[in-house]
Design a protein around this ligand. Structure first.
Ligand SMILES: [Ca+2]
Ligand SMILES: [Ca+2]
Length: 247
């Protein structure tokens, strides 16, 4: 599987996927368990499990929650496909929070962009589990307090400066991931999987009060040096779509 790509999703979408009739003890069920997803959510609770994984409960503020797991790199085989990403995500978490064997519930919940690989767990009464047992496991990247949708410059303001950066990117004068185009993840404000003049115009419209950005439209991941279409889940809700319709 390609860990440089991820698919923007929502908890409600993932929770709507039918769990496989039987879960293999080893191996991953395609396509969900071989897909890296990106969720724009709130972190509501976390703890360190006995197996040293961090068990995180995430919430979409619409009544849906699910579990994402941040494994312990010490317990991961160095030959694992995910070894580098697991160590990275664990370090990101540890830099911000301290997980212990007691539940901690941040108040208010913390906005996060969390990326990880789909995984259907056996339902055994886990706190925070989705009805179908879907998790992100392992988590491969976690960004706390992500910049607002449209804020590609990272100054937490969405204005004409961001529109100009996106326009410069569109004509090849800027590269994703390089300062000040530091937050390409929030550049695709219309959620079509590309970062281009359409997004620049949308941001400019918002700056003059002629449009509005919906925060979840930005949950399309652009890898550091690449821009690509990352699949779609538009038929499940309109969070990633741009036409405003409830499909
Ligand atoms: Ca900005
Ligand atoms: Ca776009």
């Amino acid at each position: 599987m390609d860990l440089t790509r991820s698919t923007a999703a929502t908890i409600s979408y993932l929770a709507s996927l039918p769990a496989p009739a039987s879960l293999p003890a080893n191996g991953r069920v395609q396509p969900t368990e071989t897909t890296q997803f990106l969720l724009d959510v709130l972190l509501t609770a976390y703890k360190r499990e006995d197996d040293c994984d961090y068990h995180l409960i995430i919430d979409d503020t619409a009544g849906n929650m699910m579990i994402v797991e941040v494994p312990d790199p010490a317990c991961v085989d160095s030959t694992s496909l995910f070894a580098t990403e697991i160590a990275h995500a664990r370090a990101q978490f540890d830099a911000r929070l301290v997980a212990t064997t007691s539940w901690k519930m941040p108040s208010p919940p913390i906005p996060i962009l969390v990326q990880g690989v789909g995984f259907f767990d056996f339902l055994h009464g886990q706190t925070g589990a989705a009805p179908n047992g879907i998790e992100l496991h392992p988590v491969t990247d976690i960004t706390f307090d992500p910049p607002p949708c449209g804020d590609v410059s990272g100054d937490r303001l969405v204005n004409i400066g961001d529109a100009l950066l996106v326009a410069q990117f569109d004509v090849g004068l800027r590269q994703c991931g390089l300062t000040p185009f530091s937050h390409p993840v929030v550049g695709d404000v219309n959620g079509d999987g590309a970062c281009n003049i359409g997004d620049a115009l949308r941001i400019a419209q918002c700056d003059v009060g002629a449009g509005q950005l919906r925060i979840h439209l930005c949950a399309v991941y652009l890898s550091i040096h690449d821009v690509h279409h990352v699949g779609n889940n538009h038929n499940h809700d309109d969070l990633n779509d741009d036409d405003g319709s409830a499909e």
